[in-house]
Design a protein around this ligand. Structure first.
Ligand SMILES: Cc1cc2nc3c(=O)[nH]c(=O)nc-3n(C[C@H](O)[C@H](O)[C@H](O)COP(=O)(O)OP(=O)(O)OC[C@H]3O[C@@H](n4cnc5c(N)ncnc54)[C@H](O)[C@@H]3O)c2cc1C
Length: 259
């Protein structure tokens, strides 16, 4: 099986992301693999182990921002490819999807394309569906398990986790799936994997390699702003015993008509 897993590099979830002079910044905080994409890598590696084949990690971003791809390699992916081009900056989801779809088209006979459920920075959760649409493949989103996958009959059955419960969905391969965190804990990168990833040379594919024109964005971020500062006051309730503190707290909550 030939599996592609898409991984995005995002600011660490502990970073303080703010808008300064109209631009988003996270200071010196490190960039890491999008946490949802670790579940996607785990799913891809499990399926490659069960059915044989290889897993290619695919990223789109700045050429030097390879942490997410190296993390995927350290987890066990066989190879990694970075899509990067000066014309691919500040692009919207559709333009990014066009570049990712073009890279997948350039690869040999991909059976399964795996995405994380969403990226924790831009958060649209649309990329899997957009790429599936561009490639003309079925999109099976919010996957929590893959109980059946048969590369010979080219079929896949997945369990989707949706608000109302679970849903079993079948489709044809090649297919695009997006994976949620109830898929199961992603593995830690192994020591050997980290060493392999550190030495890896990651090929960079620009627009010319992909054979496409610079895709124009259709959604523009005309303004980004910090959330309004909330007027919060904190009061420490003192008392001799926990019971006394709890009683004072209960009185205050009732006086404020919170309950
Ligand atoms: C400086 C800057 C300016 C931007 N300006 C705009 C703008 O004007 N308009 C606009 O609409 N968007 C803009 N974006 C957002 C950018 O287009 C999105 O980051 C991109 O479209 C991916 O969308 P998402 O993060 O919502 O991914 P989601 O759809 O939430 O991600 C789902 C999954 O797709 C995969 N994925 C997503 N992105 C990548 C990637 N880069 N490489 C590999 N896999 C990926 C991952 O598996 C991820 O889990 C801007 C981003 C930056 C950094």
């Amino acid at each position: 099986m030939n599996i592609v897993v898409c991984v995005k590099q995002v600011p660490d979830s502990a970073a303080k992301v703010v808008v300064e002079e109209g631009h988003i910044t996270w200071g010196d905080a490190p960039l890491v693999i999008n946490p949802w994409d670790e579940y996607a890598v785990e799913a891809a590696l499990q399926k490659a182990k069960e059915h044989g084949g290889k897993v290619t990690a695919l990223g789109l971003g700045k050429e030097e921002e390879t942490e997410a791809l190296k993390h995927a390699l350290a987890m066990g992916c066989n190879e990694a490819i970075m899509i990067s081009d000066p014309a691919l900056v500040r692009i919207d989801n559709l333009a990014a999807a066009k570049a990712i779809a073009a890279a997948i088209r350039k690869m040999d006979e991909v059976d399964l394309v795996v995405f994380g459920k969403q990226a924790i920075d831009s958060d649209t959760g649309m990329m899997a569906a957009q790429v599936a649409r561009l490639l003309g493949l079925p999109a099976l989103t919010l996957v929590s398990a893959i109980p059946a996958l048969d590369p010979d009959s080219k079929t896949i059955r997945v369990v989707r986790s949706i608000e109302e419960g679970k849903q079993v969905v079948e489709g044809k391969l090649p297919a695009v799936i997006s994976v949620g965190k109830d898929y199961g804990e992603p593995r830690y990168p192994s020591f050997m994997g980290i060493r392999k990833a550190a030495r890896a040379t990651i090929p960079v594919w620009g627009l010319e390699d992909l054979g496409i024109e610079a895709p124009s964005p259709v959604v523009l971020w005309s303004e980004v702003m910090n959330p309004p500062v909330r007027d919060v006051t904190t009061e420490i309730i003192e008392g001799e015993t926990p019971k006394e503190i709890a009683e004072k707290l209960a009185d205050k909550i009732m006086a404020e008509k919170v309950i």
